[in-house]
Design a protein around this ligand. Structure first.
Ligand code: IFM
Length: 734
């Protein structure tokens, strides 16, 4: 059995940043970093909001952090007691990730005796706008306590400050902060109310950054004094379009009337509902079961259940890293988890892409192409937040030209892949045809995009795609990247499939589509493109060259390149990166192709590529290990896969992943790796697949796993899958 709990005993300020990620709590609407109540922006506190962005001057556009309503600090006998200033006698913080409860327990020894603080908080899964915290103090003497608690509007920003104007006020017992952003004058409303179970004297203070209450009392030895805070967060970007703070005030007043236990129970019940479908049980390997379910906890915490059309940022809700933007990470790495355990969320994620088709078409046009070229780093409306200079050179301190935005064309195919995966597994085609969500159009426009990229040499029979960046970002502007070409072919085939479906749908929609698009002509073009696009073939050794000319590069290994580094944060790619003119790659590339299309080649070919590329892969992206794990499983080597699986599943449990790309901070949580770990568990080890609309299982469990049990939604029904050794049982649930 696993404990469903992680904890850290003792306080080490060097762990503040990684613990912010490790102990994160969230509900898709917002993420609260796992920091302590007395922390401020210097300690990377963030109440990170989904789907609302701001840009200040020429800085990067990034998501907002809300004013922090959890802020609480303590004076004992007129001295400030912060863990940052006074080393505690005892300290523990923990996360119950089954119930999504963060708690803290700190004991200080003062000149007159001992004082203990206990706190517990959660970001409600039951009410997306709500955070609740209970904070208690017990002393073994008559301590003179001043508890200072309220809203800290001095938020952590990477490219801020994002609030041009911050209004702070006190009404009745409510503290209110309203921030107005720089770019669009969006509003963020935070209201905090508080109840104490003891008699006290309360005063208030407001300055230009904080609105606080000061609660003073003298403790009786051994008595616990508890204060409970309800914090609500709304923005003018919410689906409900909040226009003033009244909704936020109503929510905290309503919830504080119901009480802490009521809110806590409702929250836990919602989490239990999630676990009743998504828990993965591994007998024989508690460490793997713990790491995997902890990964799923993170995925649940960032699922945008409050919205109809929204996606997940590459670093989830852990801060502003990567501009809070949506990458291919969602469709290629996280989607399986949501399709199998909560298909409605998967649909919300895909709707976001369908709804941002306009942005993708504008981007294609900007670069002189047809169709839809999706944003590499997508923000609202499909705006591409990726900068042309996305890495800062450590040697010159200057921005370095990178080609992620303009050349990483495989992004559009990921959207097509995601939509079709959802349709094939759920059997729900509504994303293709439903009003407002024109999945059919997205797919056709993606195919038009790739069609406009095709090149044909005069004496050649096949089409090529030149000047791209594949998943391995260290080699820029290459020709015929195998992964990209294969995904383009898949996009052509899918567009043909969709065109063929048009005859089956209601007449008026079919007519409308036909009037907008010359579908027969497109069908012909896409068929020709699919038949003739160049797809690199395995050589005699079975290995597929990653792109034209790859074999001409110096053969090296990541450890050789490490020896050539002049600076620990040096970027390995770009014009003169240590990897650029070698065969060392950043992350799974050909291997991703083979893992996604396991029927393309026999097992021997897949294995030959695994063996060739793995020693040449830096795994410099957290997306890499799971693809190696998945492919090793597909080759029938679960024990080879196992360490790669564990690396993915423990990415935020152990921490220590890459924090820098050049001088750009890239820390935070890693939802793609977490999704990849899930994909490896159920598709890789679990051998889950589908054929003719039916579930197919081929267990390939690592040797320590006695059994594997998980549930999946398939075509509107929930199934329990139980596997032991070679045998598997599929049982409908309910
Ligand atoms: O999408 C990835 C990319 O493949 C590698 N760099 C980080 C991005 C966000 O996770």
């Amino acid at each position: 059995m696993i404990s469903w709990k992680i904890e850290e005993v003792g306080f080490d300020s060097r762990n503040i940043a990684s613990n912010g990620n490790k102990f994160l709590t969230g509900n898709g609407y917002m993420g609260v970093r796992g920091t302590l109540e007395e922390f401020t922006k210097e300690n990377l506190v963030a109440v990170n909001l989904a789907g609302i962005y701001d840009r200040v001057g020429q800085g990067w556009r990034e998501p907002l952090n809300a004013p922090n309503g959890l802020f609480t600090t303590l004076r004992i006998d007129e001295e400030e007691f912060s863990i940052l200033k006074i080393q505690p006698y005892f300290h523990r913080c923990s996360l119950d990730y089954r119930k999504a409860l963060f708690s803290r327990n700190t004991v200080w020894k003062t000149k007159r005796g001992q004082v203990e603080i206990e706190s517990e908080r959660f970001v409600s899964l039951d009410e997306p706008h709500l955070i609740v915290m209970k904070y208690s103090i017990t002393a073994n003497f008559h301590a003179d306590i001043e508890l200072i608690t309220g809203i800290d509007g001095d938020v952590w920003d990477i490219h801020g400050p994002h609030y041009d104007y911050l209004s702070l006020s006190i009404k009745n017992n409510d503290l209110i902060a309203v921030g107005t952003t720089h770019e669009n004058k969006d509003k963020v409303y935070v209201v905090e109310t508080c109840k104490c179970d003891f008699v006290n004297e309360t005063n208030y203070s407001v300055d230009d950054k904080r609105v606080l209450r000061h609660v003073s009392f003298i403790t009786d030895p051994g008595t616990k004094y508890t204060l409970t805070k309800w914090i609500s967060v709304f923005t003018s970007r919410d689906d409900t379009g909040c226009r003033d703070e009244s909704e936020a005030v109503r929510l905290v007043e309503d919830c504080s009337m119901k009480g802490y236990d009521h809110c806590r129970n409702a929250h836990i019940k919602k989490w239990e509902e999630k676990w009743s479908v998504s828990e993965v049980i591994i007998e024989g390997d508690d460490a793997a079961m713990e790491a995997l379910n902890y990964s799923l906890y993170h995925l649940h915490s960032i699922a945008p259940r409050h919205a109809r059309s929204m996606s997940i940022a590459a670093r989830g809700l852990s801060g502003q890293t990567y501009k809070g933007a949506v990458f291919w990470d969602t469709e290629m790495f996280m989607l399986d988890f949501f399709i199998f355990t909560e298909p409605e969320v998967a649909k919300t994620l895909l709707r976001y892409r369908i709804d941002t088709l306009g942005g993708a078409m504008a981007k294609a046009k900007h670069y002189g192409y047809d169709g839809a070229f999706y944003a590499w780093e997508s923000q609202e409306g499909g705006y591409d937040a990726c900068s042309d200079y996305n890495v800062t050179d450590v040697f010159t301190g200057r921005p370095m030209r990178t080609y992620f935005k303009d050349k990483q064309v495989h992004i559009s195919s990921a959207i097509v892949y995601g939509i079709m995966k959802y349709i094939d597994i759920t059997g729900d085609e509504s994303l293709l045809w439903e009003n407002g969500a024109q999945g059919w159009k997205t797919i056709i426009e993606c195919a038009r995009f790739y069609y406009s990229l095709l090149l044909k040499k005069l004496d050649s029979d096949y089409y090529e795609i030149h000047d791209v960046v594949g998943p391995d970002e260290y080699h820029e502007r290459v020709n015929n990247n195998g992964y990209t070409n294969r995904m383009a072919k898949y996009t052509f085939d899918t567009a043909i499939r969709v065109i063929d479906l048009i005859d089956r749908i209601q007449d008026d929609l079919a007519q409308k589509i036909r009037s907008e698009y010359p579908v027969e002509q497109l069908r012909e073009k896409f068929s020709d493109a699919s038949a003739h696009i160049f797809i690199p073939r395995p050589g005699k050794d079975g290995v597929i060259q990653q792109f034209d000319g790859y074999y001409d590069l110096e053969d090296a290994t990541p450890s050789i390149l490490k020896g050539r580094l002049l600076h620990e944060k040096e970027y390995w790619g770009g014009a003169y990166g240590v990897a650029s003119n070698t065969r060392v790659i950043k992350q799974a590339d050909v291997v991703t192709w083979l893992a996604m299309f396991p029927k393309d080649f026999p097992v021997e070919t897949m294995l030959a590529n695994w063996n060739y590329y793995e020693p040449r892969t830096e795994h410099g992206s957290s997306l890499s290990a799971c693809m190696y794990a998945l492919l090793a499983c597909r080759c029938g080597y679960p024990d080879l896969a196992y360490p790669f699986f564990l690396k993915s599943a423990t990415v935020d449990l152990i921490g220590g992943g890459k924090q820098w790309a050049g001088l750009v901070y890239i820390g935070g949580t890693h939802p793609a790796a977490q999704g990849g770990a899930y994909m490896t568990a159920v598709r890789g080890f679990g051998g889950l697949d589908f054929e003719d609309g039916k579930i197919k299982i081929k267990p390939r469990l690592p040797k320590s796993w006695r059994s594997l049990r998980f549930k999946i939604w398939h075509r509107g029904r929930l199934y329990l899958i139980e596997e032991t050794g070679e045998s598997a049982k599929i049982t409908p649930v309910g």
